[in-house]
Design a protein around this ligand. Sequence first.
Ligand code: ASP
Length: 354
Amino acid sequence: MAYNQVNINTALPGPAQSRILIVYTGGTFGMVRNKDGALMPFDFSRILEHLPTLKNLYLDLTVISFADPIDSSNIQPPHWQMIGQIIFEHYHQHDGFVVLHGTDTMSFTASALSFMLQGLTKPVILTGAQLPISEPRSDARENLITSLEIAAAKKSGKPLVPEVCVFFDYELLRGNRSKKVESRHFDAFESSNYPALAKAGVAIDYNFPAIHVPRAGRAFKLRSNFNDQVAVLKLFPGINEAAVSAVLATQGLQALVIETFGSGNAPALGWLKKLLTTVINRGVLVLNITQCGGGRVEQGKYETSLWLKEIGVTSGADMTVEAAITKLMILLGEQGLEKTKQLIGKPLAGELTA
Ligand code: ASP
């Protein structure tokens, strides 16, 4: 995959206060209207024309743009590998990173990056917009400016937010706890099971007790092997045996996320129990994630979840489905099935509360 790189120093002729890398992947954020009124991706090297106030931040920006910016519904693991590789290669020369991304799959990408970038000690902030930057009421300008400010923020020489985050509509969320919940209004993301890491008002108020503190001496590493032998089965009242059998018969299946009701409950149907028991005995990892936005799986709280525990379904605790899928793909790709079974229920990047 190709990309273009430009340098934009907004501090000149003075010294820059921080060096930030922006990765522009596409999405609504960077759309402008052409002379016929149609929306098309803009040339990011001309960002200062759209956002002259960037000059007030005194930043030395490296901007890497996908040669063909994409709608984030087209995101695939090779794009995550490319974003991860770009951050990895530019890690030591920069103070922080901002990834401009479509909102549709932003939480998947943020989750994937949180598992890929091990030993991260610098901010990686994903942001985007609901309205293109060319529109007068666009949220793109505020989202980008504040993301840059957060990516550059330090105290006693240390970055304030050394994690992968989503910044959107005045809130900074842990990336692997975030979820897109709204397609029309500006407050597109939520993190029901973990508090916001910061709120941007007149000042940016950081929630320091909630922000991850990196372990000293841990080397920064990139993990980027994905295994896509993963499937999701969303339960609903009336789901039929043929549909479930088709998903479970997926060739090469190594891990299955079942999206259950409430605190991890599923209908106590004989055929469902039989089908799930057969795949578990075949070695497939079956992970229980609740369909509820907030709360957690508690297998055994009700009879309707006790049977799942008894047949060997693993609890996904309070993980989002976005975090669960990307964590499975990276663990299977990097460590294999047996290690994945041991690690899936443990917090690796703040994505679950044990
Ligand atoms: N479909 C767009 C995308 O995710 C929506 C957006 O950017 O908000 O790329």
